[in-house]
Design a binder for this molecule. Structure first.
Ligand SMILES: Cc1cc2nc3c(=O)[nH]c(=O)nc-3n(C[C@H](O)[C@H](O)[C@H](O)COP(=O)(O)O)c2cc1C
Length: 170
């Protein structure tokens, strides 16, 4: 029997996640949302997965445009993450004001000072009940200035970049 929603939610609050903005360009209009349900999926070709609520405004636009960017946020991006989560009341293109965006290969908006901004073309969409898994091939990557990441943990934003013992990739 599945765990109760509240208990599951309480457990997943304890999973520290990187914070991203998933965005698209649908018929010349930008749309995007803050998302933590994002992960690297595979190499050769490089693929990424994002779980997006089907009831949101951005989902339908990604389905129509078949392109998305995944912008990896830095510690100074907490206000932007609030904005793209709808906490300031901004919707649609208004969310893109006050930051610099650029287009590369697909036309999806890339955040110029993200840690990295991945320019993706959607290859598969797996529909669940409330959410859909969007799988995209990464066609270009823009690297911004290196700094600490924005994390989400226990219901709030945090940052940390203190190495502890263990493996480290080259
Ligand atoms: C920290 C945080 C993480 C979030 N992660 C996701 C996510 O992974 N997927 C999702 O669909 N919504 C997520 N949301 C909610 C959306 O950002 C929010 O509902 C947004 O306003 C949807 O925008 P839209 O209506 O343009 O789609 C998250 C919100 C916050 C604050």
């Amino acid at each position: 029997m599945p765990a109760e929603d509240a208990i599951f939610r309480g457990a997943m609050r304890l999973l520290a996640s990187g914070v991203t903005i998933v965005a698209t360009n649908c018929r010349g209009e930008y749309s995007g949302l803050t998302a933590t349900a994002v992960c690297s999926l595979a190499l050769s070709p490089a693929r990424i997965l994002a779980s997006v609520n089907r009831a949101g405004r951005t989902y339908e636009r990604i389905v129509e445009s078949r392109i998305m960017s995944v912008n990896l946020l830095a510690e100074d991006h907490a206000p932007l993450a609030d904005r793209f989560a709808g906490r300031t009341g901004a919707v649609g293109e208004d969310r893109f004001a006050h930051a610099a965006w650029e287009e590369r290969v697909t036309g999806a908006p890339l955040l110029g000072n993200a840690l990295a901004a991945l320019d993706c073309r959607i290859t598969e969409i797996v529909q669940l009940d409330t959410h859909a898994l969007l799988i995209g091939v990464v066609e270009d990557i823009l690297f911004g200035p290196a700094r600490a990441p924005l994390l989400h943990f226990d219901g709030g934003f945090a940052t940390a970049l203190a190495p502890c013992s263990g493996g480290r990739d080259a």
